[in-house]
Design a binder for this molecule. Structure first.
Ligand SMILES: [Zn+2]
Length: 645
């Protein structure tokens, strides 16, 4: 889903403007209660987990003029538990259940607390395929807490009714009798929608037929033969104009992109939707062929200024470049491979956001790609906390946080690509999509991590600990200087949030000279590291992270000879090693004394005739505490205090 970001930001700003008072306490308690209430609403029922859904046939009589829906949902299921004689579905209380038919008989049922519980007339054995139908009716657009079904009008000059659905994450039960699950995909569906003549009803998969059933109504039958998650089932209907764009693979191999657009938007849509062709070809080449190729891809316009990636038919508020690239990306990341839990929604949204960025890299320019990544960086770093991982999945505004689930999720992928290289990154992601658990199933961060570790041969534990579950980002204070062709760069890192001690990531620098440039990459191992390098040209300027690979805030300064310290030590506090660097001359002697004045370390380089301007002392056996390093250089004595931890 692509959210309207400004709305979310506005909410955040408004909250932070409150001054703290007694009312705030009440508000906090109220909010907490709301959270707990909503958690209760989302609790999984043991009963809905006791069977596997095989097939759904959804039949609707959609009354666009009266804002009303008659539905019949036939479910084919097989029990996962013995002596199965009760089946439960999710269904909002405002849907009026007319009857439940099982083997041509009416069954008794209880419909309360958003669940429909049906007593079956006999026990069904594990694995036996059986089916039943539920008849119901109501106005699902009224009192719908998730606005998952909307009756609206479009075209100000010639108003026409329109209806659409948007179920992600918990709204399916608001308009049909379903099992709202992220562990059980429906193997296949048929969706039949009756609407008033003059309208077109759209849904997942292929159109089997469209036929007139009486003077006033027309029936559309859509069939889908790929596994599908409940929240990706959707319908929409209005007086759509229909046309196709085509991805031509070869003479006999074409994927249709079927577009359903409002008449008043047709001209603009026809100009914009053909861009989808090159995007499909790009994603095909990077992540494997379009996952629903035997059927179709399509766009159906709806009245929300964002989009929703319904399987094989994205619902679109507009046909802009970013929205088109984002919703299309979800067909791979979100639809064919769905996040296995809402806490890992970044597997849908982080990928969709990053694939959108890849369209800039491939269709616009490397410069534009860098500038887009800089925008994401600015968005993420304007607040110092927050992880990609979602702790509270009942909080839908956190779930769909543009800053964390989308932007930081995308940046996490970008940094993985930087860390392990293009081949291992794209190869590993492709393997993740092809993993038998993920392909037309559910993906997890762990499965993605395993595949990337396999493709790169690198252990990514620390990376995911810092960037996925950890909050915030590194802030770099970078200073540099040079003596002729010799350059030193000191990198001081302060994590923006206490959940991460140190962000471990290689850092690129562009070193610019008058006639030559070079890129140097350093891999700091602690919060304060200094690197030196001898160049074959005179450095004039350095630029940190010129292609914007690293999520960070940074400040860079050049230290001139006058402002250079005689000696610097790092890190401080130090753990196992203490590094000393003498910028202007040589180290002659080092003596370390503890708090009581006792000498705990001594080295005399002058007598050893070893000329040094840097040194590393093993302090791992020192007791914790404050020490003084007395450094004698060819320019004099420098005492420096440091802490051993
Ligand atoms: Zn999305």
């Amino acid at each position: 889903m692509c959210v309207l970001r400004n709305c979310l930001f506005l909410i955040v700003t408004t909250i932070s403007l409150f001054s703290f008072s007694q009312n705030d306490y009440e508000q906090i308690i109220k909010n907490e209660k709301k959270k707990i209430d909503s958690k209760l609403l989302f609790k999984k029922s043991i009963l809905t987990e006791s069977y596997n859904i095989v097939y759904h046939r959804l039949e609707f009589d959609l009354k666009l003029d009266n804002n009303y829906l008659y539905g019949k949902i036939t479910t084919y299921f097989n029990p996962l538990k013995p002596a199965f004689n009760i089946i439960q579905f999710d269904a909002e209380d405002y849907l009026k259940i007319d009857s439940v038919i099982y083997k041509n008989e009416k069954m008794s049922f209880i419909h309360s607390n958003k669940q429909l519980t049906i007593s079956l007339s006999k026990n069904i054995e594990i694995g036996t395929l059986d089916s039943l139908s539920v008849y119901y009716q109501g106005n699902p657009g009224l009192n719908n807490p998730y606005k998952s079904f909307v009756f609206d009008m479009h075209n100000a000059n010639d108003l026409h009714p329109v209806a659409w659905t948007l179920s992600e994450p918990y709204g399916s039960k608001g308009w049909w009798i379903c099992k709202e699950s992220l562990s059980d995909k429906i193997d296949s569906t048929d969706i039949l929608i009756k609407v008033k003549k003059g309208n077109t009803a759209v849904s997942n998969g292929l159109l089997v037929f469209e036929k007139s059933i009486n003077d006033s109504q027309v029936l559309f039958h859509w069939k889908h033969r790929y596994p599908i998650a409940t929240y990706l089932i959707a319908i929409a209907a209005t007086n759509y104009i229909r046309y196709s764009d085509n991805v031509i693979y070869n003479v006999n191999d074409t994927l249709p992109i079927e577009n359903f657009v409002y008449p008043e938007s047709e001209n603009e849509a026809r100009i914009k939707t053909p861009q989808t062709i090159k995007m499909i070809k790009l994603y095909d080449s990077l992540f494997g062929v379009f996952p629903f190729k035997k059927e179709k891809y399509g766009h159906a316009q709806f009245g929300i200024s964002g989009g929703m990636e319904h399987q094989t038919i994205s619902f679109m508020g507009s046909f802009n470049f970013d929205l088109t690239a984002h919703e299309l990306a979800h067909q791979w990341f979100g639809d064919a491979t769905t996040c296995g839990s809402w806490s890992e929604l970044w597997l849908n949204e982080g990928f969709a956001t990053y694939l959108n960025m890849l369209c800039y890299e491939n269709f616009v320019s490397g410069k534009e790609f860098t500038s887009k990544m800089e925008n994401l960086n600015a968005d993420i770093t304007k607040v110092s906390d927050g992880s990609v991982y979602i702790g509270d999945t009942a909080n839908t505004s956190r779930l769909f946080s543009g800053r964390l689930t989308y932007s930081k999720g995308a940046f996490l992928l970008h940094m993985l690509r930087w860390k392990i290289g293009d081949n291992a990154f794209f190869g590993g992601v492709k393997n993740y999509l092809q993993n038998p658990k993920c392909k037309y199933g559910f993906g997890t961060t762990q499965l993605l991590k395993n595949e990337l570790e396999n493709s790169s041969g690198k252990n990514l534990d620390e990376f995911f600990k810092d960037w996925y579950t950890g909050e915030g980002f590194p802030q770099f204070d970078i200073s540099w200087g040079n003596k002729g062709n010799k350059i030193w760069i000191r990198i001081n890192q302060t994590p923006s949030h206490h959940s991460v001690q140190f962000f471990n990531i290689p850092l690129p620098f562009l070193i610019k000279g008058i006639s030559k440039d070079t890129i140097l990459v350093f891999d700091p191992i602690s919060k304060d590291n200094t690197f030196t390098e001898t160049l074959d040209f005179l450095p004039e300027e350095i630029i940190f992270d010129p292609q914007k690979w690293i999520l960070s805030k940074s400040f860079i300064s050049k230290i001139t000879d006058q402002t250079l310290p005689e000696v610097s030590i790092y890190p401080n506090p130090a753990y196992d090693f203490l590094n000393l660097y003498c910028y202007k001359s040589q180290i002659l002697k080092i003596e370390v004394i503890d708090f009581s004045g006792k000498t705990v370390y001594k080295n005399d380089y002058e007598s050893d005739k070893i000329i040094k301007n840097h040194n590393s002392i093993d302090i791992s056996k020192f007791c914790e505490g404050i020490y003084i390093a007395k450094v004698q250089t060819s320019n004099g004595n420098v005492p420096i205090k440091f802490i051993k931890k």
